[in-house]
Ligand binder design. Structure first.
Ligand SMILES: Nc1ncnc2c1ncn2[C@@H]1O[C@H](COP(=O)(O)OP(=O)(O)O)[C@@H](O)[C@H]1O
Ligand SMILES: [Mg+2]
Length: 402
């Protein structure tokens, strides 16, 4: 393996396991700060490998490949949460600092472990249970009422592994499907997560950065809009959010980060609900992500410090940057692939139509429904910003042609 090339002047090498768009988007702030990145990539043409010269190809499950990679780095962090426990343990044994640590990461890797821990530290969650058999699911539904939401504890993203179940009859189908996808052993021993179907007002996210020396910084609470369980739009800050809810949601995020010992950028996905007794705005936590997150892409252009720069500062234990927004609102719209593979020709139209638009594409091949990029636009008129962002995202995707 050739060594990553370090800048003269004592600068470190940050290793990222996984070469997806999150690793790729660290490249610009790393270059600005003369920090060298090295990426353990899935393939030579992975999104991050296209822009980071040191990008050895290796599997995140392969202990030898991961260790050889980590030995070239001063600190190691992640593009995703899929590195298995045995590999994480071997990494810790090398003595290279890992952020987040395996102890923290466990709660983002396993939704059952996450629910247990959050319940222990008194953070509001939807009613939930661990179910190993169809009878367990029925018993839970008898308490909270149908429909319920069933989730595979590990490996899900963008709604894969999440299913709304309307009746007892569907439980067997779901369990059979999960068993087929995951293999029955892990499933039957650990169970699946079942939750009440939350009647939420909207979805929110709290994004935080925490450093090993326990400095933390929180961006404003945002609203995330999901279409078919995939995030399509983020409004930053969440419009008309009750100030006391903003405060308690942020406090919950900071408390979770500290209690779970999270380091780096960390997202808490939440549902905004109404208290059944008082009608007051409240939150329950949906899930955790221990890495830069889609709900923070707005910050690349809309905040004094973007989440990718902040993640680098946090994992290097440098002082954190200000998370302050630059404008009253920033709207982020995701570009989801369609059938149309040609993206570059769309630049001429969207850039001419909106000179304030910021475009971020990930160098990924177009597949229907795949996240291939996003756009940001900032200003004061939220309705107009949403129109501009969604127009550009739709035009890039080929949904509209004018
Ligand atoms: N308990 C629930 N009640 C209502 N909707 C839910 C519930 N859990 C998940 N969802 C919906 O499904 C989406 C994906 O679920 P999530 O647990 O975040 O899975 P993923 O890991 O795929 O992001 C959420 O953003 C939300 O829209
Ligand atoms: Mg989610």
């Amino acid at each position: 393996m050739t060594s990553p090339q370090r800048a003269p002047g004592g600068f470190p090498v940050v290793g990222i396991i996984g070469g997806g768009q999150l690793a790729r988007m660290c490249a610009a702030p790393a270059a600005e700060l003369a920090i060298t990145l090295s990426v353990l990539a899935e393939a030579p043409d992975a999104a991050a490998a296209q822009v980071i010269p040191s990008a050895p190809v290796g599997d995140h499950d392969d202990v030898a490949a991961v260790l050889a990679f980590a030995r070239q780095c001063d600190v190691v962090t992640f593009d995703h949460e899929h590195v298995p426990a045995n590999v994480l343990d071997a990494l810790v044994a090398t003595g290279v600092p890992l952020h987040p640590t395996p102890e923290a990461l466990r709660f983002a890797q396993d939704k059952l472990a996450m629910r247990e821990r959050l319940t222990e530290i008194g953070v509001a969650c939807p009613a939930w249970a661990r179910a190993r058999t169809p009878a367990d699911v029925d018993a839970f539904a008898a308490q909270v009422g149908w429909p319920i939401v069933a989730k595979t504890p590990r490996g899900g993203y963008d709604g894969k592994g999440v299913r709304v179940i309307d009746s007892a009859a569907e439980v067997d189908d779901w369990l059979a499907l999960v068993a087929e996808q995951e293999g029955t052993e892990g499933l039957l021993s650990d169970g699946i997560l079942v939750e009440e179907k939350v009647d939420f007002v909207r979805e929110l996210a709290v994004l935080i950065a925490r450093s090993p020396s326990n400095q933390a910084a929180a961006w404003p609470v945002v609203e995330t809009v999901q279409t078919d369980s995939i995030c399509t739009e983020v409004l930053a800050p969440a419009p008309d959010l009750d100030p006391s809810l903003a405060a308690v949601a942020t406090e919950a995020g900071l408390r979770i980060a500290e209690k779970l010992g999270v380091t780096g950028v960390f997202a808490v996905e939440m549902f905004e609900v109404r208290d059944v007794q008082t009608g007051a705005p409240a939150y329950v936590v949906n899930e955790l992500a221990m890495r830069p997150h889609n709900s923070g892409h707005w910050s690349m252009d809309g905040a004094v410090t973007g989440q990718f720069e902040q993640h680098l500062r946090a994992v290097l234990d440098l002082p954190l940057g200000a998370p302050t927004p630059r404008e009253p609102f920033t709207v982020m719209a995701n570009v989801l692939g369609r059938d149309y593979p040609e993206l570059y020709p769309a630049y001429r139209h969207i850039m001419a139509r909106d000179p304030e638009l910021k475009v971020h594409l990930y160098g990924k091949g177009v597949r229907p429904g795949r996240k291939i990029g996003h756009v940001n636009v900032s200003g004061a008129d939220l309705a107009q910003l949403r129109e501009r962002a969604s127009h550009a995202a739709d035009y890039l995707a080929g949904v509209i042609t004018e």
